[in-house]
Design a protein around this ligand. Sequence first.
Ligand code: ADP
Ligand code: MG
Length: 431
Amino acid sequence: MAVQVFTAVTGAGWESELVGALDRDAHGVTVVRRCVDVAELLAAAATGTGQAALLSAELRRLDGEAVARLHAAGVAVVGLVEPGDEVAAQRLRQLGVSQVLPADADAEVIAAALRDAVAGVPDAGRDVADPRAALPVLVEPEEPLARPEGRGRVVAVWGPTGAPGRTTVAVGLADEAARLGAGTLLVDADVYGGVVAQVLGLLDESPGLAGAARLAGSGTLDAAGLARLAWAVRPELRVLTGLARADRWPELRPSAVATVLEEARRLAHLTVVDCAFGVEDDEELSFDTAAPRRNGATLAVLEEADTVLCVTGADPVALQRCVRGLDQLREVLPDVEPVLVVNQLRRGPVPGDPREEVAEALERFTGHRPRFFLPADRRATDAALAAGRTLAEVAPGAPLREALRGLAAELAGLRAPAPGRRRLVGRRRAG
Ligand SMILES: Nc1ncnc2c1ncn2[C@@H]1O[C@H](COP(=O)(O)OP(=O)(O)O)[C@@H](O)[C@H]1O
Ligand SMILES: [Mg+2]
């Protein structure tokens, strides 16, 4: 059966000719509706009568959300650009259109792209092996971070409700990775209100992640733009601050957040994302499946990340919350394999050896044995909060700081320096 196609091709004179040619010949496609704008295209997609959309880059109000909604409706998307317009092609790709062709391509070629898109075949014209090939001008003058050799890694720091220490771990992990030499970007993606700027003592008026998401939604975000939106705390540590007001969560569209992380991989060796706790898919509560979902951004981050850390506290209440949280995570994202980080480990709230007891309980109830343990270290965290600085700055010898450094070394694939030996070498030289 022929692929049923919606078209939304504007701007140029070739629309009717192209549609005629597509329809007339036996290319295996049938144009079922010619739409004049994005709204009509989305309405058509929602009817379920087509499998693909052919649209042009000049279409007004075309953004990442519209493309995401087409995909969500099961409609594959092929884009057309003016011949040679690489900027428009790049923009369409950033919006999530994987197949992009010049508008003067043969009807046969366009029809083949539509059929491929429906079959899920990636665009052959794009070098997927080297993501930098898609960005001809990289971040030469601006880029302060150690240039990633390939794609940078993304680590999501997530955890259940009850303040187990997600932000503490995210900030500590990013700071320590940067100190170990990895160009690092810390992203505050907490949709219930971000506090990373405050924790780091930044007087934040910057658009941060919401600004980056806005550019991503309009298809104009690149790594240089991302670098400009981020605070340079140090040359190797940049921070994309979060929502200053929790009620602005609709600004963090999931598709745009995913694009931001894609660009972050070009910019930084390691991207650490501080996430909100909620993962339940509130879509079912809404009759309008295209309505924005508060947890959508969190889910997008967890889906995009190479590693998802689940931070839990070490007392019985926290452990119970962790078990429930992991259940929920498995329901909505069954493919995500979280790495358990036990934070605030201390004697007292559980009997016996707390490390063994907690590990055993978590393994029994979640099937995951925790990989990292971070001690409770209130003195150190209080000193950091009071100064608006990181643990490495205010409490360099604190046990929590040492533990975070080990975590960073392992996640960034770097070796943590052995502090004792270094000091010894220094002394010998001095003496
Ligand atoms: N290992 C720890 N030892 C002592 N206090 C901690 C530790 N981890 C976090 N905290 C404190 O617990 C509180 C909540 O931590 P935070 O990182 O903001 O949690 P979340 O981001 O999960 O809500 C903060 O006051 C923080 O300083
Ligand atoms: Mg937090």
